[in-house]
Design a protein around this ligand. Structure first.
Ligand code: SF4
Length: 320
């Protein structure tokens, strides 16, 4: 039975509170959010929203084969993208509504000039948990500035440990640069870095054990994400999904894993190596074990749309 919706404020107050949102012209997505009298944010299923992903740009310096941000034809005009003052104002509003964690994403967030300054302003506003998802191309040289600005955690995308395959997926020659960024993050206050791999059957599922070994050698948190039907070219089908249970079984057979307790709202099931090796494994299974019931996240796109984290109606975009 559907959870009764919490009481809504008057439309006028809601409109004023969210006045800064101007919907993208082609958007038909409905924002099912309610604001309680106590000024916390809940969705229409009564889940309290505490985590916000802010996409600061739709652009990227990679050209990943499955991603909407890879194609310059999809880029919005600059005046369609939220400006820094608008993003500042939104951050203040969301913090007043109980948002405690903010993750900066893209496209690739580091391609937008001014991202360190934005992070510093968020830090000054008192965001408890500031993190970023990046493809790692520009991270090594920016790591210290980001930390100084207030960044505390980093997720780096890496879909293959094979430089040639990495090149085919991202259509770049940036494998070594990304590896250097992982090393830079690991030797900084951002350690342990989370390294995200989206597994696609027949593309990189042969690398599960190699990724696990990478976690053990580098001490990173290696996260395997099931391929979701958000790919730009709509090639997704269920046969391309590598179930998290399979990933767990394969790694566990080689290096026994022990589960680490997690918060209900966390998307990843986390594991350590039973033999005490460094590193962790995270399994994110939005297809085979949907976690939406406990989700506390929303996503703000660079062009002014607001989405549930991984929900029906989410727009196609980066899979990480
Ligand atoms: S998947 Fe990530 S790194 Fe690749 S093109 Fe999309 S935004 Fe860029």
């Amino acid at each position: 039975m559907e959870t009764p919706a919490p009481p809504m404020l008057g439309k006028e107050r809601l409109r004023r509170k969210c006045a800064v949102f101007r919907r993208a012209p082609d958007s038909n997505h409905r924002i099912g959010l309610f604001i309680f009298e106590a000024m916390t944010l809940h969705d229409k299923f009564g889940r309290q929203i505490t985590d916000l992903r802010i996409s600061v740009t739709d652009r990227c310096n990679f050209r990943c084969v499955y991603c909407r941000s890879a194609d310059p034809e999809n880029y919005r005009e600059h005046d369609e993208i939220l400006s820094w003052p608008e993003l500042d104002r939104l951050a203040r509003i969301f913090l007043s509504l109980g948002i405690r964690k903010i993750r900066i994403t893209g496209g690739e967030p580091l391609v937008r000039e001014g991202v360190e300054e934005y992070i510093a302003r968020l830090h000054a506003l008192g965001v408890e948990d500031l993190s970023m998802t990046t493809n790692g191309h520009l991270l090594a040289e920016r790591c210290e500035r980001l930390i100084k600005a207030g960044l505390r955690r980093i997720n780096i995308s890496l879909d293959s440990l094979d430089p040639a395959k990495f090149g085919r997926i991202t259509r770049t020659k940036s494998f070594n640069t990304v590896m250097n960024s992982i090393d830079a993050a690991q030797s900084s206050r951002l350690a342990p870095a989370k390294v995200n791999a989206v597994l696609v059957r027949g593309l990189n599922d042969d690398e599960v054990e190699s990724f696990a070994e990478f976690a053990r050698l580098r001490g990173v948190i290696m996260r395997f994400i099931e391929f979701m039907p958000l790919d730009a070219d709509r090639h997704w089908n269920r046969g391309l999904v590598v179930p998290a249970a399979e990933v767990h079984a394969r790694i566990h057979a080689r290096w026994p894993l022990e589960q680490i307790p997690h918060e209900r709202s966390e998307t990843a099931r986390k594991y350590r190596f039973a033999d005490g090796a460094p590193g962790e494994i995270g399994l994110i299974a939005p297809v085979t074990q949907p976690f939406c019931g406990h989700c506390s996240r929303i996503r703000l796109t660079a062009d002014r749309d607001l989405y549930p984290f991984r929900g029906r109606g989410q727009r196609r975009g980066p899979p990480h």
